[in-house]
Write a protein of this length. Structure first.
Length: 163
């Protein structure tokens, strides 16, 4: 049972960090009320609730809110891994590709399961001092309805060691 309490504490702490980031730097993240439901060095799951703020005219999630969730899933996992090492690394997204498959008619979970690859990219950026880039995928699902993806996103993460 101890592993559960540790997991709960870490997701709560990281959700607080995400909300603070939204409140101080990226207001849209605070507005859509993104929260972290699972975090580990290998995987990140971010949830955005379907509410009046995130709905479109068809009562499904607006594509802007879906895009913000994908950004969080990859970006916050990268920031989480960057915080675990001593180097100061700057993070930015170079490009973004989205494939919307179905309407998201419930709370949406955004999953990025490429933590090992992101960690390798962070290590490469720290070692080289040069800008490094790689494309990562985030998958959006509505777990209350189905495990089938409602959208797939490809984001190119660009990292560089700050001097």
């Amino acid at each position: 049972m101890k592993w559960f309490s540790n997991l709960f504490k870490e997701t709560t702490r990281e959700t607080f960090y995400l909300r603070w980031l939204g409140l101080t730097k990226i207001p849209l993240l605070f507005y859509v009320r993104a929260s972290i439901t699972e975090i580990s060095p290998e995987r990140m799951v971010v949830r955005i609730p379907l509410r009046r703020r995130t709905k479109n005219h068809l009562n499904s999630m607006y594509f802007g809110a879906l895009s913000a969730g994908a950004d969080c899933a990859v970006g916050v996992l990268a920031m989480y891994l960057i915080k675990k090492q001593p180097e100061n690394i700057a993070l930015v997204f170079k490009d973004f590709e989205a494939q919307f498959l179905k309407r998201a008619e419930g709370d949406v979970d955004f999953c990025c399961s490429q933590g090992k690859e992101i960690a390798e990219l962070v290590a490469q950026a720290a070692a080289s001092g040069e800008r490094v880039e790689r494309q990562f995928e985030a998958v959006a699902t509505v777990p209350s309805i189905s495990d089938e993806p409602v959208a797939r996103f490809k984001l190119t993460l660009s990292l560089k060691k700050r001097t």
